[in-house]
Design a protein around this ligand. Structure first.
Ligand code: Z5A
Length: 212
């Protein structure tokens, strides 16, 4: 008998929103339910994707065109979908992904001004119908997120952008969450890490119900 298809959960948010912190807690909670889980990230998550990541985050490549950046994000995603996400879901595993296509709408669309219709075309092609069952959006004022992220060493090619860029990113994420309330759950990322984890578990309850 074929395994029931797994669930795909993505985490989104601005810089310093606490995705990495939440991922560790979420992973433990999901595994406590006896669910096989694959954790990954974007850009990256595969050998090819990690090579793309070094390009897109390299601060020396300040001349990278916005169009090139967009294509590279989707190149990494196309590889991740085919090599890891689709096979895992088909095998009944759950996939927990640190960012997915919504990040391209927020950063390359909202941030860089790339047309939404172009991003949608790329999503259609590169993701081959794969969309998260649930997207947890960690929402935080830009200044708070940047203050949290400060002091981690040298800023990468995207982190050097102005506050106005990150305000557009945040606004785009919030618009997308409002437009798709059945997929998105917005979480106040200004709460303590344990309260953020608790809110995420509440947001995921319907996925667990489906397997019990
Ligand atoms: N990008 C893109 O442009 N287009 C795309 O399509 C995709 C990505 C997929 C990836 O960088 C970059 O690529 C990202 C978007 C772009 N660029 N930016 N900016 P990354 O993966 O290296 O970085 P990130 O995704 O922005 O994550 P981050 O800055 O590392 O933040 P985080 O993972 O959300 O936060 P954290 O590491 O868990 O927490 C940051 C600090 O805050 C840390 O000291 C924690 O201890 C603290 N923290 C966490 N939670 C809390 C709470 N609740 N209270 C207080 N303090 C907290």
């Amino acid at each position: 008998m074929e395994a029931a298809r797994g669930k795909f959960i993505s985490l989104e948010g601005g810089e310093g929103a606490g995705k990495s912190t939440l991922l560790a807690g979420l992973r433990a909670c999901i595994e406590q339910h006896g669910i096989a889980l694959v954790q990954t990230r974007e850009p990256g998550g595969t050998r090819v994707g990690e090579a793309v990541r070094t390009i897109v985050l390299d601060p020396a490549l300040h001349d990278l065109a916005a169009e090139t950046e967009l294509l590279l994000m989707f190149a990494s995603r196309a590889q991740l979908v085919r090599e890891l996400i689709e096979p895992a879901l088909r095998a009944g595993k759950w996939v927990l992904c640190d960012r997915f296509a919504d990040a391209s709408y927020a950063y390359q669309g909202g941030g860089r001004g790339q047309p939404e219709s172009r991003i949608a075309e790329l999503e259609h092609w590169a993701c081959a119908g794969i969309r998260p069952d649930l997207t947890l959006l960690l929402d935080l004022p830009v200044a708070t997120g940047r203050a949290r992220a400060a002091g981690r060493g040298d800023a990468d090619r995207i982190e050097v952008e102005a506050d106005s860029f990150f305000e557009r990113v945040r606004a785009t994420y919030r618009q997308r969450a409002a437009a798709e309330p059945q997929r998105f759950r917005m979480i106040d990322a200004g709460q303590s890490p344990s309260d953020v984890l608790q809110a995420a578990m509440v947001a995921m309850a319907h996925l667990f119900e489906a397997i019990t």
